[in-house]
Design a protein around this ligand. Structure first.
Ligand code: NDP
Ligand code: MG
Length: 381
């Protein structure tokens, strides 16, 4: 098992659970980062005594410096500070930052040669080609934390040849609005959209689950992680979130990973792979569930999945564009500025924009991200 770890986005849902795993296995936590939540970060600094901590927000960083002046932790600030924490060369870097803000820190961590435990799916959605190419070049493994991708990764253990994989099947809980019609969801409230049936997560991904954009983002993430074309990735609605995803092989044998819905299993596996250790997670008792159900997604109502599939087919910067439109629209919905169905409309507009569909650099990704955010904002003001 790894001994030293940096946790980016330590104050978020994934970050806090990663620190529970670190606590259980006595890992040396070398760096922690946050955006603004310095009260929680202060407690984490006092418990884990990292060498470094970074706060993306400059004002909050200055406040934290004063609060933890009595500790030995060096406080860094801004985007650069977060990147510095990613680039320390610790054995592993767990990236639990939300959104495109996670992309550059992932790249910094790969360049420093750290193993990447990746929760920040936007890293692969927006910068798939760049990030996987760099990881290959530096011989750095990217271990998925996203539960579906961890399930696929686990189901692929022992697969001798990539060509023997016929298809990947991502499961989806269906979110809070499964079975509802477009009309029924027209005036849906933020509160209802934030009420996920199976998972307690950060606000952005919870809204992504309600629109099912999350499954579209995961489709793109899976394509990059496992080198699969979009036509070889299927989606199944599975309400209980017990079967976390499946791999179908050329002989039509299907292998899946199961467990109670708890992110500490995939987080821990990304840190301990290929070994397994005791975990704080409850045993799976299938008899408690009695019935597991599977169904096809309602693609006509939840259009984001197909928009992401199309973005992946178009290639180049299209996935970065749909990601940017979604991030902005998701934020506007959470601020009460647009309606629920304005989110997929924003994503569709990005898909219809004229964008480079060839090779790209990091600067191209960041520029597309900024431009599509502006376009999305202008669409609704
Ligand atoms: P949260 O919103 O709970 O946490 C996000 C973390 O990132 C916080 O520490 C936050 O700081 C920090 N952050 C936010 N914006 C910035 C920024 N601009 N620069 C630097 N740091 C920033 O998100 P989640 O933990 O739910 O999700 C994290 C990632 O993991 C997402 O990509 C999500 O899709 C993915 N994921 C999450 C799952 C879950 O169960 N939560 C499951 C599978 C994937 P602050 O606390 O100050 O806001
Ligand atoms: Mg997931």
């Amino acid at each position: 098992m790894i001994k030293s770890l940096s946790v980016l986005g330590a104050t978020g849902s994934i970050g806090v659970q990663a620190l529970e795993v670190a606590r259980l296995h006595n890992l040396d936590v070398v760096a922690l980062t946050t955006n603004t939540r310095i009260d929680l970060l202060e407690n984490q600094i006092r418990e884990f005594k990292p060498k470094y901590a970074a706060v993306a927000d400059e004002k909050a960083a200055a406040e934290l410096k004063i609060k933890v002046g009595d500790t030995g932790t060096k406080i860094l600030s801004g985007k650069e500070g977060v990147k510095e924490c990613a680039a320390l060369g610790t054995e592993a870097v767990l990236n639990g930052i939300v959104g495109i803000a996670g992309l550059e820190p992932t790249i910094a961590a790969i360049n420093a040669g750290s193993k990447i435990a990746l929760a920040n799916k936007e890293t692969l959605v927006a910068g798939g080609n760049l990030v996987t190419g760099l990881a290959k070049e530096k011989n750095v493994p990217i271990l998925p934390v996203d539960s579906e991708h961890s399930a696929i990764f686990q189901s692929l253990q022992g697969c001798p040849e990539h060509s023997q994989i016929k298809k990947l099947i991502l499961t989806a809980s269906g979110g809070p609005f499964y079975g509802k019609t477009k009309e029924e969801l027209k005036n849906v409230s933020l509160e209802a959209a934030l009420n996920h049936p199976n998972w307690a997560m950060g606000a952005k991904i919870t809204i992504d689950s309600a629109t099912m954009m999350n499954k579209g983002l995961e489709l793109i993430e899976a394509a990059w992680l496992f080198d699969m074309t979009p036509d070889k990735i299927d989606i199944l609605v599975h309400r209980q979130s017990v079967v976390h995803s499946l791999v179908e092989y050329s002989d039509n044998s299907v292998i899946a990973q199961l467990g109670v819905p708890d992110m500490r299993i995939p987080i821990q596996y990304a840190l301990t792979y290929p070994d397994r250790f005791i975990s704080p997670v409850k045993e799976l008792d299938l008899a408690e569930y009695a019935t597991l159900t599977f169904d096809r997604p309602d693609y006509d109502t939840f259009k984001c999945i197909n928009y992401c599939r199309k973005a992946l087919e178009k290639g180049g910067l299209y996935p970065a564009a749909v990601n940017a439109a979604n991030e902005k629209a998701n934020e506007l919905f959470r601020k009460g500025k647009i309606g629920f169905w304005d989110i997929p409309d924003s994503v569709e507009k990005a898909l219809e924009s004229t964008i480079n569909s060839g090779t790209y650099t990091l600067d191209d990704v960041l520029l597309t991200d900024r431009e599509i955010r502006k376009q999305t904002e202008a669409m609704w003001s």
